[in-house]
Design a protein around this ligand. Sequence first.
Ligand SMILES: Cc1cc2nc3c(=O)[nH]c(=O)nc-3n(C[C@H](O)[C@H](O)[C@H](O)COP(=O)(O)OP(=O)(O)OC[C@H]3O[C@@H](n4cnc5c(N)ncnc54)[C@H](O)[C@@H]3O)c2cc1C
Length: 550
Amino acid sequence: MTDDHALEIYRLFDLSLAVGEPEARLAEKARVRLGLAPEELAGLRIARKALDARWRNGARRLEFVCHVDVSVRGGALRGVAAKRELASGKLKPAPEVGTVRVDGLDDAARAKRALVVGSGPAGIFAAWVLAKNGVAVTLLERGPALEERSRPLVQFHRSRVVDPEANLLFGEGGAGTYSDGKIYTRVDDPLEVVLLEELVACGAPPSIAYDSLAHIGTDKLHRILPELRRRLIELGVRFLFRTRLERLVLRGDGERSIVAAETTAGIVECDACFLATGHSARDTWRALHAQGVPFEAKPFQLGLRIEHPQELVDRARYGPATAQLGAASYNLISKADERAAAAYSFCMCPGGRIVASVSEPGLLCTNGMSNSRHSSGWATSAIVTTFGPAEFGAGAFDGVAFQRELERRFFVAGGGDYTAPAQTAADFLSGRASRAARHSTYPFGTTSARLDELLPPSARDALARSLERFDRQIPGFASADGLFVGLESRSSGPVRIPRDRATRSAVGFTNLYPLGEGAGYAGGIMSAALDGANAALVHLRALACPSATR
Ligand SMILES: Cc1cc2nc3c(=O)[nH]c(=O)nc-3n(C[C@H](O)[C@H](O)[C@H](O)COP(=O)(O)OP(=O)(O)OC[C@H]3O[C@@H](n4cnc5c(N)ncnc54)[C@H](O)[C@@H]3O)c2cc1C
């Protein structure tokens, strides 16, 4: 028997909304589709909103397709219309929302001290989950606090000398602090909504909880992060900026258990260590490997960044209806065939710009960022293919050596001062250097070079094949309007720290939790944040019920 007064939440799929039509119209649309009286619909939350820009019968009809979670009184879905939707699968009980609360933690469990290394999304959300449950957390970050991040970056742009401890990759918020702040994932995790709600509470736009292309933008990220830090401090988290983890201190009795960390600010004692160092802490990886922390090589993405005038992408994606929709995005895939390996677009930043995501002197690596308004007038994305141990060797750090070698090659080809080598897409395909330097948003400027020769041949072939294909979807993509700038080598990390599936602890260790992109378990802001949050939950559940996971 159902309780007719209790609220039930169902997900209703595929409500359409015209461009410019207010979201408030969704409640009426849902009510009509389900045959509900106004008082029977107690609430509605948009779960997903995506632009459908496909061609139909030779014409492009732009509209949003929305999935909504409707709260209805028990028994309200007995009508014919609702039953039809249930039978067709377009109406289903809404997926459960996760929780970060762990029951059963006693004072002794809460007294265990957690050390989180790295203040990127993985570290921050591990710390958040731990602190929410009353555990004392110290968070180490080798780079500066957000307020002090811009000075060394300005200095880098002026002097062309990079600060290895304060740069685009190292500092509060991690590698994504100067990014497009894309926070949509392709993972289906019940904690996702919970983390997004925390970001909304810190000032992110509420639409990030459902927009299929949700992005925050660097300008807004810089307002959200201080609020997130303030809330973490309120929960008891102790932040130590400009403090680098050097080595772990292991218990002396042979069990591989962490009791403290040696840092640039001295010894920090702990009962568990969450390692969220990101994909560029190559020095830290080496030091930990020397202490017996397991590392293995993993495949990673490699390629070039491309930029086009934004209107070229807008025209192909939207036709004339661009004003209401903002800068258009794309997500392009070129499958493997007999000629070349697969390649795809990654980290597309509409109305964005190319940045030098450099943390070590003498190496060149690009990435992309944008502000929330997506207003630069340029569209940029990475076009990458995958390289694995078969190409660069199976040694734990062979991928890192391969990355470094290529990053140095591009640095030298650019003239050794962070000027980036560049080539138009048309010239890349024709195998010739571009004649004149073209406008680029890359801050250090570009110089003409044969990127097709600087890349490993298999990457060149994969990118060339992808250009031919992408040009069919976005006319002009492979023309002289497209400028390749390189190298894009850190879209993902080249190592993994193997961990136990159940405990999430590094293999052979009892209380060392490798997290996020640097440990090989994430490929973006949200996946890193979710990895951190989930590892913290596993740890807390083990503290609450020690026999369950060990
Ligand atoms: C320019 C740019 C744009 C990006 N845009 C997007 C985007 O739009 N959407 C998206 O999903 N992803 C984007 N990414 C990728 C995304 O930023 C990363 O996937 C994500 O930040 C990984 O999170 P993480 O917590 O694992 O590591 P990181 O964010 O890299 O954080 C690691 C932190 O650990 C610190 N650290 C390292 N070693 C030590 C040590 N020994 N001691 C103390 N601290 C240490 C570092 O200083 C750093 O702050 C972008 C990346 C860059 C560089």
